[in-house]
Design a protein. Structure first.
Length: 323
């Protein structure tokens, strides 16, 4: 019954007084120094590419990191996670979703919350190096949803080298997530995400003329509008409702067969109670749910620490299942 009754998160600095500040400030003020990646470009089965960033120190353990929506391997939460794992005897692979490494991908396809094909490609590529005896997966926000869905889809067939996963701020119920993004107090996040995604739709339309309806971008008023008119058709779903059902990790958690920690904060401004699957956790031998009162979305800062609590918690949990 891994619904954790308590959390070790001590809370944010006193001046981060609400979920919005706890979400925004870490991305603005924090700077993780000293992480040096080596980039590799790999091909996907559909003849597209993924850019993956390595920290290699000849260790036998590898942490694979997945970023959030419109993020990259250079986000502070990814850099911090990469740094703390590398300091403690792990190699690190931080991969960039399609179009998130600074160059538009080549196929008529976009990354999304439910795409488990690309993380599988990354895992298989890492295993094919024959360097690693143990793998762990760490994901944030969209990357948390992707990671959990991937493990749920893999089920009993998951690679034996994958020992554990730790994910944070997972929008594992996408329909409720779309609704909460449309609230007036979340307009900052909605505008930021939609501005970037609309730019990519225009780029994709130039690559593949006639396959999209870019004129409808001006009609987008709600997050669901974008998913209905663009996310769903580009990603191969019938409509937004089908996309939300098929991409939400909550619908696949039951299949997870490796120890997996999900940490969500009750004051996360873009998650809802539907993203806190307590009943699933009570009934699941492998799924650990830790709910914090504060922390915001991918925040989890503490006072006077170079690392966030989430980064330390990910290392702690994953290390418990590695040698």
């Amino acid at each position: 019954m891994p619904l954790l009754p308590t959390t070790s998160y001590p809370g944010p600095p006193f001046w981060q007084s609400n979920g919005h500040l706890q979400t925004i400030i870490p991305g603005i003020l924090r700077r993780v120094e000293g992480v040096q990646y080596t980039r590799e470009r790999i091909r996907t089965p559909d003849d597209d590419f993924l850019d993956i960033d390595w920290i290699r120190k000849q260790n036998k353990r590898l942490a694979i990191l997945t970023h959030g929506l419109e993020g990259s391997s250079d986000r502070q939460y990814i850099l911090g996670t990469a740094k703390i794992f590398a300091q403690q005897g792990w190699d690190v692979l931080a991969w960039n979703c399609r179009s998130c490494s600074g160059e538009m991908n080549q196929a008529f396809r976009m990354y999304h919350h439910g795409d488990t094909d690309d993380i599988h490609t990354v895992v298989q590529h890492a295993l094919a190096t024959n360097r690693y005896q143990q793998l762990v997966l760490v994901g944030y926000s969209m990357g948390a949803n992707i990671t959990m869905k991937y493990l749920g889809v893999q089920g009993e067939q998951v690679a034996g080298e994958i020992r554990a996963a730790a994910v944070f701020s997972a929008p594992c119920d996408l329909e409720s997530g779309a609704e909460v993004l449309d609230r007036w107090d979340n307009r900052l996040y909605r505008r930021r995400f939609l501005r970037a995604l609309k730019h990519k739709v225009h780029h994709k339309n130039r690559q593949f003329p006639g396959r999209l309806q870019p004129e409808r971008l001006s009609e987008v008023r709600r997050w669901r509008d974008f998913d209905e008119w663009f996310s769903a058709p580009i990603c191969g779903y019938r409509d937004a409702a089908d996309f939300y059902k098929q991409a939400s990790a909550k619908n696949f958690i039951a299949g997870i067969r490796v120890p997996t920690l999900l940490v969500n904060a009750w004051n996360d401004p873009i998650l809802t109670p539907a993203c806190m699957p307590q009943t699933l956790a009570r009934e699941h031998a492998f799924f650990h749910l830790e709910l914090t009162a504060s922390g915001g979305h991918c925040g989890f800062m503490t006072a006077n620490d170079a690392f966030t609590w989430a980064e330390r918690r990910a290392l702690e949990f994953c290390s418990n299942y590695s040698e």
